[in-house]
Ligand binder design. Structure first.
Ligand code: SF4
Ligand code: MG
Length: 336
């Protein structure tokens, strides 16, 4: 069994004063050993909430699971008690966020912050921690480690801070690291360096990585497989080459055309197709993309599309592939 993580029909919502927000709606996918899996979509599509669900990072309440299972190495995370969850977080699953400043302590030297994580472990003695901290700083490509060790977060550049965060995430050599837009706040050159570092670490340590991004360029550069999310659902998933060169879902097609067309500015919100994503207080009954889809048919409005297996490593949820589909242009273009 090469699956390290498997989400099955996960439904996650938030109770708010305005009602229930259906953030994650029936999401299923797996992460395999040593792979980099991308999750791509516009902001609000549910990609970050999905990632947070895996580690139960959202406060519950207001967040709650309406259904589903999340197996990590065969054990359902949703059935774990607080202690088991704490053990998994940080030890077996690491997390790297977009903004390292929210996770680093501004009043504490870098070296001490890394050491603290080591000290939480029983197999490492106090006298060893400094050596261990310097070692992991080198592993993530920090040069001049003795100097960096003594510095405070504000003395480091954004890219260097993100290296420190990656070091912290890697302290216990987790088998899975979840990265949520880890390079979105960095400039292009530094972004490339951080992405290369993650690729190198996967190579060296065999770590599985979930890479959450709104940037298809990041997916192309990094990932083995990709999940495309829209309106809290997975609309298409497959290998990167299938998704890029044999795109089946109209939403994914829109994303592809948008990178071909516009020179996306960094940090800009991905909004490739006219219209706005669905209101997740009142999610559409049928296909989440129906209101913006140029191929929408009668069947789409009220019926959630079934999964269609394009090929062994490619699944899409769209009625176009089914018997209801009229002979549309997208079919003639050979996309379906
Ligand atoms: Fe468009 Fe219908 Fe396919 Fe949804 S199911 S993407 S509305 S064609
Ligand atoms: Mg996000």
């Amino acid at each position: 069994n090469d699956k390290i993580l498997e989400l099955k029909n996960v439904v996650y919502s938030f109770r708010t004063y305005g009602g229930e927000v259906k953030a994650v709606r029936d999401v299923s996918f797996e992460v395999r050993k040593g792979e980099i899996l991308g999750i791509v979509g516009e902001s609000g599509c549910g990609k970050s909430v999905t990632a947070q669900c895996i580690m139960r990072l959202n406060p519950e309440p207001p967040g709650f699971f309406e259904g589903g299972e999340i197996f990590f190495n065969g054990k359902d995370i949703l059935k774990m008690n607080k202690k088991e969850l704490r053990n998994i977080r940080g030890r077996d699953i690491g997390f790297v966020f977009q903004d390292p400043m929210t996770s680093l302590n501004p009043t504490m030297r870098i070296g001490k912050q890394i050491e603290e994580v080591f000290l939480g472990r029983t197999d490492i003695s106090k006298s060893e921690v400094k050596e261990k901290a310097l070692e992991i700083m080198k592993l993530v490509g920090i040069s001049d480690v003795e100097k960096r060790y003594r510095q405070y977060p504000h003395e480091l550049s954004g890219g260097m801070k993100q290296r420190v965060m990656i070091a912290i995430a890697l302290v216990s050599r987790p088998s899975l690291v979840i990265c949520d837009e880890p390079t979105t706040s960095l400039d292009v050159t530094i972004e490339a360096q951080i992405l290369d570092l993650l690729l190198e670490l996967r190579e060296k340590l065999g770590t599985s990585i979930i890479m959450i991004t709104h940037d298809l360029g990041v997916i192309a550069r990094m990932c083995d497989r990709v999940i495309v999310m829209y309106g809290g659902k997975v609309v298409e998933k497959g290998t990167v080459s299938e998704i890029f060169y044999n795109t089946a879902h109209p939403y994914t097609k829109g994303l592809m055309q948008s990178i071909a067309k516009l020179d996306t500015q960094k940090g800009e919100k991905l909004k490739p197709i006219e219209g706005t994503p669905p209101d997740l207080f009142f999610p559409p009954k049928g296909c989440p993309f129906a209101a913006r889809c140029e191929y929408a048919m009668d069947v789409c409005k009220d019926n959630p599309p079934l999964e269609y297996q394009v090929c062994k490593e490619h699944v899409t949820s769209c009625w176009l592939q089914h018997e209801y589909a009229p002979d549309t242009d997208i079919k003639k273009q050979g996309a379906v």
